[in-house]
Design a protein around this ligand. Sequence first.
Ligand SMILES: O=C(O)CCC(=O)C(=O)O
Ligand SMILES: [Fe+2]
Length: 192
Amino acid sequence: MLEYSEKLREVARKLLGGISESLGLEESYLDKDLELESGLQIFVGNYYPPCPQPELTMGMPPHSDHGLLTLLIHNQVGGLQVQHQGKWINVNALPNSLLVNTGDHLEIFSNGKYKSNVHRAVVNNKVTRISVVVAHGPSLDTIVRPASPLMEKENSPSAYYIPMKYKDYLEMQQSNQLNTKSCLERVKIPRS
Ligand SMILES: O=C(O)CCC(=O)C(=O)O
Ligand SMILES: [Fe+2]
């Protein structure tokens, strides 16, 4: 478990280095700014038993994840769906692969360039589905805000998200029902 979490943290930090570069920043900028060395990892195990009437229920309602990147593995039973252009797309993971979801704090940090993706889990009437989900965020006391060099670069000083401590965002999310991007909406500043 410890080894798995350490390896996953390495993968997440590597991917976030590439994302940092894709935003025109130094590879290490995001890592340093959001203190990923002591970043929070949250493990969630989801167990979805077969359901006699799967069309009447939902394994997990539509939501976006908190944090930067969520890495997910499952037992090769379909069920995860991602919202794309208003439609639900089945995610059929290849064996031995990690699924990566972008989280709300990546959207905030990138000032909206990366969007956190909305996803849900549906159930079926035949087999049990299991997923193991590890969310990767900054350290708990980090205040997440749009990266300042991004705004300077674009000559547009508008930040579209209110700065907030990661810990406070987590508390807000945990005290509400999962509902698409309703938490992120609360820290969004409308574009004029
Ligand atoms: O079980 C899944 O595939 C999705 C789970 C999920 O989205 C979550 O735990 O945040
Ligand atoms: Fe999720």
